[in-house]
Design a protein. Structure first.
Length: 145
């Protein structure tokens, strides 16, 4: 008896795993397996984008609000870097898209920083190099006059 994807997702996953392990390829639900694998990849990419956005937003806050710097911001920066490092180790192919991802999410990081700070004078393009963003020691200096 085949468990239907739409009616019992968990049961369906367990059945598909069993079919794969037993090499019962004629019983596999190929279309939905392909869809789920694709969705898993997209989910990992969304996590990369989200982590990079939060990290850049905190770097902007650090740079543009030096009088409000806190241990909490510093720890968030550290945490996001460690999570990104782990994500990149688990998904080495992300390294090839990291620069494009940074440029894609930068406007979102600016919006988040504007919402949290009330400021509206962040650079149009990301002022940080990837090597600095990912560096455990990098914290931007204030350039506010």
């Amino acid at each position: 008896m085949n468990i239907e994807y739409e009616n019992d997702f968990y049961g369906w996953t367990q059945q598909q795993v069993k079919f794969l392990r037993n090499k019962e390829i004629n019983l596999l639900d190929w279309a939905n397996i392909a869809e789920e694998i694709e969705a898993m990849g997209k989910s990992e990419k969304r996590e990369l984008e989200s982590r990079l956005e939060v990290l850049i937003m905190h770097l902007l806050k650090w740079q543009y609000q030096p009088n409000l710097r806190s241990r909490s911001w510093q720890l968030t920066i550290k945490e996001e870097r460690l999570r990104l490092e782990k994500l990149l180790k688990e998904n080495p192919s992300f390294k090839a898209i990291l620069e494009d991802t940074k440029e894609k999410i930068y406007p979102l990081a600016v919006i988040s920083a504007e919402k949290e700070t009330g400021l509206s004078y962040f650079p149009e393009s990301c002022p940080y190099l990837l090597i600095n963003i990912l560096s455990r020691d990098f914290l931007p200096d204030s350039n506010i006059n």
